[in-house]
Design a protein around this ligand. Structure first.
Ligand code: NAP
Length: 443
């Protein structure tokens, strides 16, 4: 039952024309909600939101939702020219980029979920929207249904964010969770994700971390009031995470997650910079992000005054993502009704993006070594020589080949010092193999 009280202040004579570009997983659900909930949306907006057309590639392509055929067109450019609000849900770079630019130049507010486009060419779009005095909103671009961008940009605008840790890719979280709960190897967990529809036939963008990197750039930009592009993001995917890594992490009380991290760092001279990175990360099992299972997403924000905040929910899917799109649409429409410019990005921070070598974290290092007296002391000496202090040593002996597995967790150290340590250790005659080097957060 619709419990909304229809607002008698709605100016029924005011109608805003909405053009929808794309009618796939998300677009079809957005169209459905626009048509089904028209009265409620009008009550909340103060104007009717009239879906005037849907731009697609193939008019008669099968759709998840039955929609009036007369709404469909392949002439997206003309559709955009006559709209007050444009929703871009085509994905990809072109023609999405040109159509968004055309929409803002025609004075339309734009809502998009296109993280790939924003990470590649966001600043051009934001500048054009500012120039035209229209709003460009993109809540759906990061973590699907989860309201995270507006809380960071608006609710926390009176605070100082220090760090953001996000599980922002459901496919990789599902795969790592599957490996953790069943002991499966990466390839088997990926096949299961593909069977269940959580991973695409070509999973590269997800498993190599590219999708998470695009979202990390957007999160970092809003959190630190500075433009960051994909080139500023260090990116490492999950394809090299083995069942052995997961088991060793579990044994030591950790879970492995692919995290998008944006954090402000201050060097010894007092200069600030932001490290933006995506990589598999060990988290203590009691960390709130460790409880994020399956294909769910969550973003953990640390701010000077607010402290720790966590935002959790469905990071993908047509209907959940449509919720974020509709939220942006109503907000943009309200601005048109009430007047006033929108806010697209925030660029008052001017902090440089730091290379991965500047980041500091704890590390989990796995080694296969000869089971001989004095080996531990020699390895500990190399860590010490490079200024990396050890928090935890674990050893398991294989009687079959007289070798031992060592698992070492370090205190926080710089990426450069850790790299030098690993390079020296791998030269030791007693070290047969460096089996893994993983970063640890939340300790
Ligand atoms: P999708 O299912 O692949 O649908 C894409 C739609 O765009 C289709 O209707 C397609 O038309 C249309 N389209 C593509 N290229 C076109 C072109 N050159 N000209 C005209 N129409 C074109 O995509 P989606 O999953 O809904 O995702 C849409 C956007 O939302 C993407 O930017 C994605 O990153 C973002 N997003 C998606 C999710 C999710 O869960 N799916 C979550 C967050 C964000 P036809 O139908 O005629 O082929």
């Amino acid at each position: 039952m619709n419990t909304d009280v229809v607002n008698t202040d709605v100016n029924e004579t005011k109608t805003l024309k909405v053009a929808l570009l794309g009618c796939g997983n998300v677009g079809s659900q957005v169209a459905r909600i626009l048509l089904e909930d028209a009265d409620t949306l009008a009550a909340r907006t103060g104007a009717r939101l009239e879906l005037v057309g849907i731009g697609v590639r193939t008019i008669d392509a099968p759709r998840d939702v039955e929609l009036p055929r007369e709404l469909f067109t392949t002439d997206s450019e003309s559709l955009v020219a006559g709209a007050d609000l444009v929703i871009e849900l085509m994905g990809g770079i072109e023609p999405a980029r040109s159509l968004i630019l055309s929409a803002v130049r025609h004075g339309a507010c734009v809502v998009t979920g296109n993280k790939a486009l924003l990470a590649q060419d966001g600043p051009t779009l934001y500048e054009e929207a500012d120039k035209a005095g229209v709003q460009l909103s993109y809540e759906a671009a990061v973590a699907g249904a989860i309201p995270i961008l507006r809380p960071i940009r608006d609710s926390l605008s009176g605070d100082r964010i220090t760090r953001v840790l996000g599980i922002v890719n459901g496919t990789t979280n599902f795969i790592l969770d599957q490996m953790d709960s069943t002991g499966a190897q990466f390839e088997d967990a990926l096949a299961e994700a593909q069977r269940l529809g959580y991973a695409e036939a070509d999973p590269t963008a997800d498993v190599e971390g590219h999708d998470a990197a695009a979202k990390a750039a957007i999160l970092a930009a809003l959190s630190f009031h500075t433009r960051f592009s994909l080139d500023d993001v260090y990116c490492e995917g999950i394809t090299k995470v083995s069942a052995t890594d997961i088991a060793a992490a579990k044994d030591a009380g950790f879970v492995i997650k692919l995290l998008a991290i944006a954090e402000k760092l201050t060097d010894d001279a007092g200069d600030e910079g932001v490290s933006v990175r995506v990589h598999p990360t060990l988290l203590p099992r009691e960390h709130p992000l460790a409880a994020v299972r399956g294909a769910f997403n969550a973003v953990f924000v640390e701010a000077e005054n607010a402290g720790e905040l966590m935002f959790y929910g469905q990071g993908a899917g047509g209907t959940p993502t449509a919720s974020a799109v509709l939220g942006d649409l109503v907000s943009a429409a309200r601005r048109i009704v009430l007047g006033g410019p929108g806010r697209t990005e925030t660029t008052t921070g001017h902090v440089p993006a730091l290379p991965i070598s500047a980041s500091r974290t704890s590390y989990h290092v796995g080694l296969r070594v000869a089971d001989q007296p004095g080996v531990l002391a020699r390895i500990a000496q190399v860590f010490s020589d490079n200024g990396v202090s050890i928090e935890l040593f674990r050893q398991s002996i294989s009687s079959a080949d007289q070798s031992a597995e060592l698992r070492i967790v370090t205190h926080r150290a710089s990426e450069a010092d850790l790299a030098a340590t690993v390079a020296s250790i791998s030269q030791l005659d007693v070290v047969q193999d460096v089996t893994s080097v993983l970063r640890v957060e939340g300790v």
